[in-house]
Unconditional design. Structure first.
Length: 340
């Protein structure tokens, strides 16, 4: 019956794709019925424009390097927590790996639904979305422009590398980031970005960047230092005085007033803690295109998705007999699925 479940999941995924590009499956679990057990081999085999679904596994996948335009999709993260998020995958394993590198030729690629230590961006218009990542390195070997970082849970920093390459027109929005944004001092004037509707949750976090627009963000205790006047701040909230006054910025706002589970050790998922509580000062405190929106990762038209669930139908509940006698003409199976 396990094979039936796998086939059902793949059928639902496949029916949601309306494109001529090919779809591949990868699963490194021994005995899995997939196109590839190696993600690197799948990437080598796939043609530009193809989609690769990487299924969850108890074994980490190897680090990958991408040199063509691909869509890579994993099952999400924080799937097996003590307090789980609602309607996550029925199968609780994550697709994890040490690193993803997007080199020349990968322009326009998309990754979502992975747990990955580090992502290195060395081409333009790459979308990094709905992943659990330790760190993101921008312009890692080439000049880039227009990369998008959205709906991720980042447990450290977003960094500009120490080489001589530039990154312009970055878009960073609706992420939960347990760190800051730091650009190497010799490159700091060669970067520009719009940073909208993020939760920066780390305490006393340093930021080193210029030419950035910060709008509708929630900061715990940011430290911009001398770079404060080199950026634009609009409709942000901070727990200290680390952002300027004016432009509807709010300072000295306790995070316990903002989030549902700021100091909670139980009762919330890792990312669910940072949803806004009732009467939060962040509710309706931001604006986008003249329209009032909530500040933070869960506000605006592209809110953070709990557990990074992919934007395709995912089975979150399954009811089926544990055993079936030989010759049984039919069985009843109940499947609940949702698209996030």
């Amino acid at each position: 019956m396990k094979q039936f479940l796998t086939t059902t999941v793949v059928l639902i995924f496949t029916l949601s794709i309306t494109t001529q590009a090919k779809v591949w499956r990868v699963n490194n679990t021994v005995g899995a019925n997939a196109d590839f057990s190696s993600l690197s081999t799948a990437i080598t085999t796939a043609a530009a424009g193809d989609t690769i679904y990487v299924e969850g596994s108890s074994t980490n996948y190897s680090a990958i390097t991408v040199t063509k335009r691909l869509v890579l999709r994993g099952p999400g993260y924080f799937l097996n927590e003590t307090t789980p998020n609602p309607k996550t995958q029925f199968i609780k394993e994550t697709a994890s790996m040490s690193s993803m590198t997007f080199n020349a030729g990968s322009k326009g690629s998309v990754i979502d639904g992975f747990a990955c230590n580090y992502v290195y961006l060395a081409d333009s218009f790459i979308t990094v979305q709905r992943n659990n990542i330790i760190g993101i390195s921008i312009a890692s070997g080439r000049n880039i422009a227009g990369d998008t970082i959205r709906n991720n849970y980042v447990t450290a920093y977003i960094n500009g590398t120490t080489n001589s390459y530039k990154a312009n027109g970055l878009v960073i929005y609706n992420n939960i980031i347990d760190g800051g944004i730091n650009i190497s001092s010799n490159l700091i004037n060669d970067y520009s970005a719009v940073v909208v509707n993020n939760n920066f949750i780390a305490n006393n976090t340093s930021f080193a960047c210029t030419n950035f627009i910060f709008q509708n963000n929630i900061f715990n205790n940011p430290n911009f230092g001398s770079y404060t006047t080199s950026n634009i701040f609009v409709n942000n909230i901070a727990a200290n005085t680390g952002i300027p006054t004016g432009n509807n910025n709010q300072r000295n706002v306790p995070m316990t007033d903002v989030y549902e589970g700021w100091n909670a050790s139980t009762g919330f998922s890792t990312d669910g803690r940072f949803k806004l509580k009732a009467a939060s000062p962040a509710i309706g405190a931001g604006t986008l295109n003249g329209t009032a929106v909530d500040c933070g990762a869960f506000g605006g038209p592209a809110p953070y998705i709990l557990s990074g669930m992919p934007a395709i139908p995912s089975i979150y509940e399954l009811s089926m007999p544990s055993q079936v006698n030989s010759g049984t003409p039919s069985i009843n199976i109940s499947v609940s699925a949702a698209a996030h």
